[in-house]
Design a protein around this ligand. Structure first.
Ligand code: NAP
Length: 339
């Protein structure tokens, strides 16, 4: 059977929107970008000029309503995501939404309600770590039972630096949100409570409270320790280690070669998240295209995952400001997201 090309429209042609368009047109197979829109029309037109026959729409709504658009990709500013995801659901079109699904739990719940009323999954959220080869290998080891039941998970998220626009809460809602999602996926459990401690501040980080240590618990009592250090200069370093009952498993150090010189041995560290996760983004989109084009049930991060991660973020911000443990209370999981 020959598969037809999936015609996608992209809402938001900023930094990651342009990167995903490059991916869709030059790296993965089976998709064509037939429409774009952005609040900045000049940028949208520039991006469209580099595409074969892409329509520039004035608004995200117009793009979603375009009959030529079979599936929607939302890469606009976070607070706009709810509106576009809801409109795509109303139009019955599959929608890939970059994280966050929406910026409040309530908005995420409105999306869940709309998708549940539609009756089948249309939404996938851009938690790309689930498509990273190293994380997938780590999950396989956890699921195999080779190291026994997990008891503790350590997640390190280190950035060389962050822009001046990076605010205090962003270490949780923009950075650690990826750690929250991946640990829920690795362990197959929800996080039920969180404490956040701010360490002695890194003097390279201005007024930010950095590093942060977050200690969360899962439903069964696994302790999850997330460290964010966002001004650490040496590189973009993602750490992950599970301590099981009879062994441990950790993401290996990166770099294809190990250099020994001048009394030292070392591997390279990625400069930023694009370098570290480029292959994961490619796999994420190839699998999404194949699933949507094949008319298969979506299996990637769901609206529920977007909601649950947002709930952890909200509790984390509250814990950072209040200093105490904050419980994470999720609503009952709709049947649509149970399998
Ligand atoms: P960005 O460079 O600021 O791009 C966002 C674009 O959306 C801008 O061109 C912006 O236009 C446009 N926009 C704003 N409101 C809009 C609206 N109502 N309709 C259409 N377009 C609108 O931001 P970015 O870094 O690409 O991030 C975009 C999203 O991707 C964010 O949600 C971010 O969290 C997510 N992201 C995820 C990852 C990941 O690791 N998975 C990595 C990076 C980003 P103006 O500039 O004129 O406002």
């Amino acid at each position: 059977m020959t598969r037809s090309t999936l015609h996608v429209g992209v809402i938001g042609t900023g930094m990651i929107g342009q990167d995903h368009i490059r991916r869709l047109t030059q790296v993965v197979s089976g998709a064509a970008v037939v429409a774009v829109t952005d609040a900045n029309e000049v940028v949208a037109k520039e991006v469209a000029a580099g595409l074969a026959n892409a329509t520039v729409h004035a608004t995200g709504r117009a793009l979603i309503d375009d009959p030529a658009v079979q599936a929607v990709i939302v890469t606009s500013w976070g607070p706009t995501h709810e509106e576009y995801v809801l409109a795509a659901i109303a139009a019955g079109k599959p929608v890939f939404c970059e994280k966050p699904l929406a910026t409040t739990q309530e908005a995420c719940l409105r999306i869940i309600e709309a998708e549940a009323a539609h009756g089948s999954r249309l939404v996938q959220v851009g938690f790309m770590r689930r498509y990273d080869a190293a994380y997938r290998a780590l999950k396989q080891i956890i699921d195999s039972g080779d190291i026994g039941a997990p008891l503790v998970y350590y997640s390190g998220h280190r950035n060389p630096e962050v822009p001046a626009s990076y605010t205090k809460d962003m270490a949780i809602v923009d950075t650690a949100v990826h750690d929250f999602d991946v640990v829920r996926w690795l362990l197959g459990e929800e996080l039920v409570g969180i404490r956040v401690l701010a360490a002695k501040p890194n003097s390279l980080g201005g007024d930010l409270r950095d590093p942060l240590l977050m200690i969360a618990e899962t439903t069964s009592g696994v302790l999850v320790n997330v460290e964010t250090s966002v001004n650490i200069r040496y590189g973009y370093d993602i750490r992950g280690e599970v301590v099981g009952e009879s062994g441990t498993a950790a993401l290996a150090d990166r770099g294809p070669v190990q250099v020994r010189r001048a009394g030292r041995v070392g591997v390279s560290v990625p400069v930023d998240w694009r370098e570290r996760f480029i292959a994961a983004f490619d796999t994420e989109f190839q699998e999404w295209i194949d699933t949507v084009s094949g008319g298969l049930a979506l299996a990637g991060p769901s609206s529920w995952d977007g909601y649950a991660a947002q709930a952890v973020c909200d509790a984390g911000v509250q814990a950072l400001n209040g200093g105490e443990r904050v419980a994470i209370d999720l609503v009952e999981k709709p049947a649509l997201y149970s399998s």
